[in-house]
Write a protein that binds this ligand. Structure first.
Ligand SMILES: [Zn+2]
Length: 649
């Protein structure tokens, strides 16, 4: 049974993998920088205000309250009804209304005493919106008014002056001003609106805020995230969604500090991270969401229904979209997790092509539960980089981070992209895979060298999603079969199909005129049956059984090899029967250099097989594998090696 894997279920730590393929080209000349556009794309809060409403912690007095007399106020219109958190005016709790007046130019006011100095910069007035007495939206909203502040309640300084205020067409009317430190705040109307023939100051709700407006957080790569706080809700620019988890933590801390400073009683707990034995985690960002608003929690970093939704950033060129879509089409044709372009999904990946200073791309590992990004450097819009980042987004970490990596590579650093991950949450599937698309290639920052190889064995690191990458995804997403490769899984990762194949001879009219139905490529075409258009491989016919014939595979990189499957000829074209041409005496040999060979399987007097023959042996490092037959089986009076298919694992 093979070991390893490539990812962990439920990665609580979704560290950004700045996955550079360091040897990929990097331009160093300056490029035009991106336009600094910050579009709020994610609402962090819904109905629950993120910011504390200062009005609710103040002592509030009013100039008057409507009612049958000053001593018999209408309780449905008392000021507490404008501070009750209900922004609608409804019968029973309309809001606040001043006493009626026959004169338009009447002074009516609401006064707030915070008890101590507070920072204030926004007043939100919610207009009356009931239709109880034929009233319409905005009835009673003052025509002329001033918002004033005072240190002592006696001397007032205006911070907002409104004249000829039109009837509100939206319920919320927000008035911002430069932040002031004040103990008292007053909203004083001097010209009132007519309601059913009399003049009133009426509001459904009044709220006061110290609104930071926008917090900016700068990531280490210079990109900035902005939190916009508006109407008591927070929204973020898209760039909050990128960056290292630790950097996001910095953003949380900054926001938390702000909330703490304003003394909100609504600040939630910050213990957003918890993990169960099943490896299910609450995402770190819950710390942020719990600051008064966001309830969303990630309990599984895999994509539901094995489907990743994606979109392109608006600035991605048509050419780059076409290229990336092509790499996705290739991925979808080979991997169990599918990518679907769909901007309507909240949890989705946005592809962005932007200049990255020292990497070809980056992505967080797994699904964040929020819109998340894959960023690709303009010089790296390649199948390797795009599929590498896609691998991260579905949940794969770097191959060289495997706990067993020291057995296979040397010279690996211990930074966040290379550190060995041995925690239980990182489940490992499949053999160590030098040609994984998730393996860094040789380069300046990382120089993995396959152990046991000599000379230049080429750079590890696949150029596209490899068979064991796909197997890892297959396992990660819980496709039936349990941990560890199955026969079916292993067949997906047949190494012979990506190997260079050479043979001792090929049957045909002559050595230079081989029979193309029997050439070596027919034995690695995925067809395990021999048929008249693609039989498999056959050596040249010999008159003696004691003839040596061989077939040799060379892999792009050194691999761990532990099994060879030989599929016998099973056609009946010329009266042949199953097993004709299957070698009688043979050995299976491996080599790291193509010169020194080690025999791992030896068979003599092998009986005629009725089906596939599987030969398993202790896993060995191998750049080369060959099957050497020294005694052949007769086929129609001559001696051949004939096999429908050869597979190496
Ligand atoms: Zn990476």
């Amino acid at each position: 049974m093979k070991v390893f894997s490539r990812l962990g279920l439920g990665l609580g730590l979704m560290g950004l993998m700045a996955c550079g393929a360091p040897s990929d080209p990097q331009e160093t000349d300056s490029r035009q920088s991106e336009a600094a556009v910050a579009l709020p794309t994610s609402r962090l809060c819904s109905s629950v205000p993120c910011l504390p409403n200062l009005a609710r912690a103040a002592t509030v007095t009013v100039s008057s309250t409507t009612g049958s007399s000053p001593t018999q106020p209408d309780t449905r219109w008392a000021i507490d009804k404008a501070l009750d958190g209900n922004r609608e005016s409804v019968d029973g709790a309309f809001g606040w209304s001043s006493m009626s007046s026959g004169a338009e130019s009447t002074s009516q006011w609401i006064r707030f005493d915070f008890g101590t100095q507070r920072s204030v910069n926004e007043v939100q007035l919610y207009a009356r919106n009931d239709a109880t007495f034929g009233t319409v939206l905005g009835d009673g909203f003052p025509r002329d008014f001033v918002i004033e502040v005072s240190a002592d309640g006696a001397t007032w300084t205006p911070v907002v002056t409104q004249v000829n205020q039109p009837t509100p067409t939206e319920q919320l009317q927000s008035f911002r001003f430069s932040t002031v430190q004040t103990r008292f705040l007053r909203i004083r109307a001097t010209r009132l609106d007519s309601v059913s023939g009399s003049y009133y100051f009426q509001l459904a709700e009044v709220e006061l805020y110290d609104n930071p407006g926008q917090l900016t957080y700068t990531f280490s790569d210079g990109e900035q995230a902005e939190i916009t706080l508006d109407n008591g809700d927070a929204s973020v620019s898209e760039d909050i969604l990128v960056g290292e988890a630790t950097e996001l933590d910095g953003l949380f801390v900054e926001y938390q500090a702000y909330i703490n400073q304003v003394g909100s009683a609504q600040v939630g707990s910050t213990d957003g991270v918890s993990a169960s034995s099943a490896g299910i985690n609450t995402h770190q960002r819950c710390k942020f969401w719990q600051v008064g608003c966001w309830k969303r929690k990630i309990i599984d970093s895999r994509w539901p229904n094995n489907t990743v939704y994606y979109e392109f950033h608006r600035e991605v060129s048509d050419a780059n979209r076409q290229a990336i879509r092509g790499f996705i089409t290739d991925w979808n044709s080979r991997a169990p997790v599918q990518w679907v372009e769909d901007t309507s999904r909240f949890s989705r990946v946005m592809f962005k092509v932007k200049n990255l200073s020292n990497a070809c791309g980056n992505s967080i590992v797994g699904r964040s539960g929020l819109p998340q990004k894959i960023r690709i450097d303009p010089d790296c819009v390649t199948q390797r980089t795009v599929q590498h980042e896609m691998g991260h987004a579905v949940g794969l970490i770097h191959e060289q981070q495997r706990c067993d990596r020291d057995t296979y590579v040397t010279g690996i650093g211990n930074d966040s992209n290379n550190r060995k991950e041995c925690a239980a949450k990182y489940t490992t599937f499949g053999p160590y895979d030098y040609s994984s698309v998730m393996h860094y290639r040789s380069g300046t920052a990382v120089s993995p060298q396959p152990l046991g190889s000599v000379g230049t064995s080429g750079s590890p690191g696949g150029l596209l999603l490899g068979c064991y990458d796909r197997l890892g995804i297959h396992k990660l997403y819980g496709v039936a079969g349990g941990p560890g490769p199955t026969t079916t899984d292993a067949a997906v990762c047949n190494l012979s199909r990506n190997a260079a194949v050479t043979v001792s001879s090929t049957t045909g009219y002559s050595a230079t005129q081989p029979d193309t139905r029997w050439t070596s490529n027919r034995a690695v075409d995925g067809l395990r049956d021999s048929n008249s258009t693609s039989y498999g491989w056959s050596s040249m016919g010999a008159s003696s059984a004691a003839t040596t014939q061989w077939i040799r595979f060379e892999f792009p990189f050194e691999r761990r090899v532990s099994r060879v499957d030989l599929y016998p000829r099973n056609d009946a074209t010329y009266g042949t029967v199953v097993g004709d041409g299957f070698p009688v005496n043979f050995s299976i040999e491996v080599s790291t250099d193509g010169a020194n060979w080690t025999s791992v399987v030896t068979r003599t007097n092998h009986p005629r097989p009725g089906g596939v023959q599987t030969y398993e042996f202790t896993a060995r490092p191998a750049r080369f594998v060959r099957v050497v037959a020294t005694n052949l089986r007769a086929v129609g009076g001559m001696y051949y090696v004939q096999l429908a298919e050869l597979e190496v694992f």
